[in-house]
Design a protein around this ligand. Structure first.
Ligand SMILES: N[C@@H](CCC(=O)N[C@@H](CS)C(=O)NCC(=O)O)C(=O)O
Length: 290
């Protein structure tokens, strides 16, 4: 039996954790390399990867474009967090927290940086007056759920996902702790969606986009290979809502942008034009020889 861990008086970083992301985890902030960011032709420049946080923004931009907001045209550049791109000087200048997604709006006198996925969703919703209710009561409810998601998802990703999937060993205590919390969160959503078609009444909004990328995709079986373990089909109202959102063409396009895993015809590493979905997916630009 190994000795129980006794925390030292002062913690020091003297060893890699051994987990899947141990090569990029550090107890310090700031740029590690000198690397400027590329700049495209559109007003909005997005630097991201198709994780649940990243996909929130590409779905939002595709939704805005589908609504006819031409000012939402964007270049999406790939930030490969596994390669440490988030620690380049250009990226750190637009997000000192070194996490995707980060957006720069060049449509004004001087460029404006926006980081934190919830802040980006709200920024775009306000800029284009879309996908956030204007009614004071409904808008407040929309922000309640947006902030709920921003506070809850770290339990799902950093807690459950980390210990169930990425940690170097399976430890019962943290898996139990975070599984209980994630199932409680799913029950919160299930009870809410039992009497509401969407997160805010019956109108699709940034609250749905934010929550769907995490909890919607979890019940659709796309996260952490944990659908059976979490018994996700039990959350029937969440599942129905998730399937409805999943069927939106804008959502399907948004999921493809900055994706570097999965089916090659669903991977669009960079997006600079609406036609890229038809011509620049990986099966077309880098076909695998037979
Ligand atoms: N609260 C942030 C979280 C962003 C976040 O955790 N991004 C992850 C990918 S989903 C990341 O960039 N990780 C890189 C790292 O930890 O070094 C948001 O919602 O934007």
């Amino acid at each position: 039996m190994t000795d129980p861990y006794v925390p030292p008086t002062v913690w020091t970083w003297d060893q890699e954790s051994g987990g899947q992301f141990s090569n990029i985890n550090r107890p310090t902030a700031g740029a590690q390399t000198e690397r400027p960011l590329p700049l495209g032709k559109h007003p909005l420049q997005l630097y991201s990867l198709a994780t649940p946080n990243g996909v929130k923004v590409t779905i939002m931009l595709e939704e805005l474009l589908a609504l006819g907001h031409a000012g939402a045209e964007y270049d999406a550049w790939l930030i490969n967090i596994g390669d440490g791109d988030q620690f380049g000087s250009g990226f750190v200048a637009i997000n000192p927290n070194s996490k995707i997604p980060a957006l720069v709006d060049h449509s004004m006198d001087k460029p404006l940086r926006v980081f934190e996925s919830g802040s980006i969703l709200l920024y775009l919703a306000e800029k284009f007056k879309a996908l956030v209710p204007s009614n004071h009561f409904l808008r407040t409810e929309c922000l309640n759920w947006l902030f709920w998601q921003m506070g809850s998802a770290p339990y799902l990703g950093g807690g459950f996902g980390h210990f169930y999937t990425y940690a170097p060993e399976k430890w019962e205590y943290p898996i139990n702790r975070f599984t209980m919390e994630v199932k409680r969160q799913l029950d919160v959503l299930d009870q809410h969606l039992a009497t509401n078609k969407m997160m805010v009444d019956s109108t699709y909004s940034i609250a749905d986009i934010a929550i769907w990328t995490w909890y919607g995709q979890l019940v659709l079986g796309r996260q952490y290979d944990a659908a059976e373990f979490l018994d996700v089909t039990n959350y029937k109202h969440v599942l129905k809502w998730a399937q409805e959102i999943d069927a939106r063409p804008q959502v399907q396009r948004g999921r493809m942008v900055n994706r570097i895993t999965g089916d090659r015809d669903r991977q669009l590493h960079e997006r600079h034009d609406a036609t890229d979905f038809d011509t620049k997916t990986q099966d077309k630009v880098a076909p695998v020889p037979d």
